[in-house]
Design a protein around this ligand. Structure first.
Ligand code: NBY
Length: 824
């Protein structure tokens, strides 16, 4: 018997049975033998653990099969390097993708346990800030569903994204502790560990007739240990690995130091090592800029590359064909130091010739850009970089010299154009530009929506685009329809199945078959009834969390996302104030009842964003308690927005707010989740809203405001908010109320700074866009009165959003960037 065959005997040879009897037996087996509990003594938590373990076994079966198959076929693998994976809960995802929802519910019901309640006990894995991290999670699920052999590589943060509480109106950040009760989905791989160095010196070795060799002797070393989580695809057909690195000290304690009496000093090294993966940086749109962050970036980049090289060399003789076997996608610039590190590993450690190494590197890497905001573009002081990563710094200089030589020779670049493409920014105290490194070290650079990609070519990467005109391409984002429709909206999913059959579950673009049903009154009513039930579910949550009751028959107008000036939650709050004042001034008008719902976190150091949260709370207190409003308007801020809350919110929206200043939102993905669940979008021509307009048709989306080019022009011409404020009494009055303390009588001047910024500068075009926004909201009010029409548009939104699936996005990456054929 061959070794593989022998090994396989340890696997379950017969496919498992998927009936409730079998699952009940397996869950009770886990309860008994893994948790040591009887069914009588078991608490809900124990059932949750036991269910996860039973489901996990089935995933492992598929996981081992998929890994073996990829290894045996020598298939090209995708390695998705990302500082962030904003996963959320995994139990429901796993059960649903394995097709076990009914038998598991039934198995648990036999013991009087409700699956829905069990699922709620799992903590969210919040290893990300927002869109970028959530995209990585959707992509992992889609790569498994589409059947692309892939590894996700990232960091196992002990503390994920902070928990937000609102105390006296202000955001307070509290530590998040998702690992406190263990994590049934991860497998620690002690044997899969690599040393990561920092600091120290580079020396050279000269041998006659050979190129100079460089040897980096780091002053500090830590161990990167792999923690693997299987990611199971739709219908359990394929499973991939999410490999997150945890940092551990090489020596857990310095015994000599301890013995000499310095008990604290003995642990300093160990604490320093573990600090690297202790916490996620909670910044989504400005660079953190601290040394620990650069350590995190290098730590996970180096560990991932060493792992990739190790795996490659188990089945290949050399690294020359690395790019035929692996594609490494850099999720933004956070892993961009990988370009220099791969060069070091190839040249210094594996002795590849520089030119060949550079060709292999470029062929292997590709890079996704997620922002044009200057304050979010990563740069590091040369001094810090040099001290922490001396050899990588030398390599960056060498790459830079070569890029600049090429630019001068091939394209006549000189002067300013050279300094624009340089990997070193010489104007701001010498800084290493990570975007430039990622760009020159990759064969493909992509934006995340059509507009964003075009703007990349014109702005941040204008000169590099001229130098390498073939390199930039677009890959519009998508979201996984499993989590964002099938699991989060079972009511709608069931209705769709009844109407068009189950085909859309395997091919989401089949949703288009719903399109004609927009004209079917009976279907529309059932569609609206599902929406109503989802709104009631959200009402219950809000009642529960905030003790605020809201009316499910009002329009639910929702803006949930990170709080940022460019996303313009402020514009939305100002509209709420203006509406409030109009309702009070004109009781005779038949106002459409509306609930404005906000949720989102501000970066802890982002003062203006925190002020906006405070303002939303202040405004909501005044409006919600004013009897003159007669419940025609409510404003609600739900604390601690996360993936699990999003799963309840997305299906419950009537209006989705996607109102960023045009040209600034790279894509947006919340916009897709809302529309897929039948919300009507009010939005600017920004990010993927532009493509949503193309797919939905202009009568099914509510676009307003300045376009990206107009914003740029106004800014060039020194626009301020004064003109617009003078012309619009509604805006003027709302801003006056906010500035004069109507909503914060305890501290009347609290918001005068926010309002001054609009008057004096209006950088985010709030005054400039207010009128168009207000008018569009009133169009929506009127449409709500014509429910048949509203519901028809809602149905068409769901029908036409199939293209915005991350399966489609992943297939495009596979076809145009990775050149990996999908196998499922
Ligand atoms: O990426 C978001 C974009 O704003 C959004 O438009 C897009 O849809 C999404 C997916 O492509 N970007 C984002 O979420 N960025 C971050 O979270 C982020 C995190 C950290 C840092 C910068 C940006 N950082 O410099 O530390």
């Amino acid at each position: 018997m061959s070794v593989t065959a022998q090994k396989q005997r340890t696997l379950k040879s017969e496919p498992r049975r998927n009936d409730a009897d079998t699952l009940a037996l397996e869950i009770v087996e886990k309860l008994t033998y893994s948790l040591g509990k009887t069914t009588d003594a078991a608490r809900l938590h124990d059932w949750e653990q036991a269910t996860a373990l039973a489901v996990r076994d089935r995933i492992i079966d598929q996981w081992l099969t998929s890994s073996r198959k990829a290894r045996e076929e020598g298939a090209k693998r995708v390695c998705y390097l990302s500082m962030e994976f904003l996963i959320g809960r995994l139990l429901r995802d796993a059960i649903s993708n394995l097709g076990l929802t009914e038998p598991v519910s039934e198995a648990l019901a036999r013991y009087g346990v409700e699956l829905d309640l069990v699922e709620l006990l799992e903590p969210d894995a919040a290893l990300g800030n927002g869109g970028l991290g959530r995209l990585a999670a959707c992509f992992m699920e889609s790569m498994a569903s589409v059947g692309i052999p892939a590894f996700g590589y990232g960091i196992r943060y002990v503390h994920g994204f902070f928990r937000q509480e609102i105390v006296d109106g202000a955001q307070v950040e509290l530590p998040e502790t998702w690992l406190d009760h263990g994590n049934p989905w991860e497998f620690e791989r002690r044997e899969r560990s690599f040393e990561i160095g920092f600091g120290g010196k580079v020396s050279t070795l000269e041998e006659p007739g050979k190129a100079t060799r460089y040897v980096w002797r780091p002053a500090e070393r830590v161990l990167a240990v792999a923690y693997d989580t299987p990611v199971i695809g739709w219908r359990g057909g394929h499973a991939n690995t999410l490999r997150l690195w945890g940092a551990h000290p090489l020596d857990p304690i310095l015994l000599d130091t301890f013995n000499s009496g310095d008990h604290v000093g003995a642990l300093v090294e160990s604490n320093k090592a573990e600090a690297i993966t202790r916490i996620l940086y909670p910044a989504d749109s400005h660079q953190a800029g601290q040394e620990l962050r650069l350590r995190q970036e290098f730590f996970f980049s180096s560990a991932s590359l060493q792992d990739i090289i190790r795996r490659h060399l188990t089945t290949n003789e050399s690294l020359s064909n690395l790019a035929d076997k692996v594609s490494i996608q850099l999720n933004d610039t956070h892993p961009a130091v990988s370009v220099a590190e791969l060069m070091r590993l190839l040249v210094d450690v594996h002795q590849m010739d520089w030119d060949e190494a550079w060709a292999v590197t470029r062929a292997t890497f590709s890079y996704t850009n997620h922002t044009l905001l200057p304050e979010a573009l990563e740069t590091w002081p040369v001094q810090l970089f040099e001290r922490l990563l001396p050899r990588q710094m030398q390599i960056i200089y060498a790459i830079n010299a070569e890029v600049i030589r090429g630019a001068r020779a091939e394209r006549d670049f000189s002067g300013e154009a050279v300094s624009a493409i340089s990997l070193i920014d010489e104007n701001n105290g010498r800084r290493v530009r990570m975007g430039q490194i990622a760009f020159v070290g990759s064969h493909s650079v992509n934006g995340v929506s059509g507009l964003h990609t075009e703007l990349m070519k014109e702005t941040v990467f204008g000169d590099l685009h001229r130098l390498y005109p073939e390199r930039i391409q677009n890959k519009t984002n998508g979201v996984t329809p499993r989590r964002w429709l099938l699991q989060s909206n079972p009511g709608l999913t069931g209705l769709i199945s009844e109407a068009i059959g189950d085909g859309f579950r395997d091919d989401i673009e089949k949703l288009i078959e719903l399109d004609p049903l927009a004209q079917d009154a009976g279907f529309r009513e059932r569609f609206a009834a599902v929406k109503r039930a989802n709104k009631e579910r959200l009402c219950a949550q809000i009642e529960d969390r905030l003790a605020t009751s809201i009316d499910p028959s009002a329009i639910f107008d929702i803006q949930v996302k990170r709080i940022h000036e460019y996303k313009r939650q402020f514009l939305n709050v100002i509209e709420a104030v203006a509406l409030y004042e109009q309702i009070r001034a004109h009781p005779e008008i038949d106002w459409t009842p509306r609930v404005k719902i906000f949720a989102g976190k501000a970066a802890p150091s982002y003062a203006q964003a925190k002020e906006i949260i405070r303002l939303a709370g202040d405004v909501s207190r005044v409006i919600n308690s004013d009897p003159a409003v007669r419940n025609l308007l409510k404003v609600v801020f739900i604390p601690n927005y996360n993936v699990s809350l999003a799963e309840i919110i997305m299906p419950a929206a009537d209006i989705s707010e996607q109102i960023s200043t045009a040209g600034l939102e790279a894509s947006g993905t919340g916009n897709m989740k809302f529309a897929l669940n039948g919300a009507l979008t009010i939005g600017t021509l920004d990010g993927a809203n532009v493509e949503m307009l193309e797919h939905l048709g202009e009568e099914n989306i509510f676009i307003f405001g300045l376009k990206a080019g107009e914003v740029a022009e106004l800014r060039r011409n020194g626009h301020t908010g004064r003109g617009a404020i003078e012309e619009q009494p509604l805006l003027r009055s709302a801003l006056d109320s906010i500035a004069s303390g109507v909503f914060c009588q305890d501290e009347p001047g609290r918001y005068s700074g926010l309002v001054d910024a609009i008057r004096d500068r209006d950088w985010w075009m709030i005054a400039a866009d207010f009128k168009a926004y207000w008018d569009t909201q009133r169009r929506l009010d009127a449409l709500w009165g014509d429910r048949a029409h509203w519901d028809a548009i809602a149905v068409r939104n769901t029908a036409r959003m199939g293209w915005f699936s991350s399966d489609r996005a992943i297939r495009e990456y596979a076809r145009d960037i990775w050149h990996t054929p999908p196998s499922a």
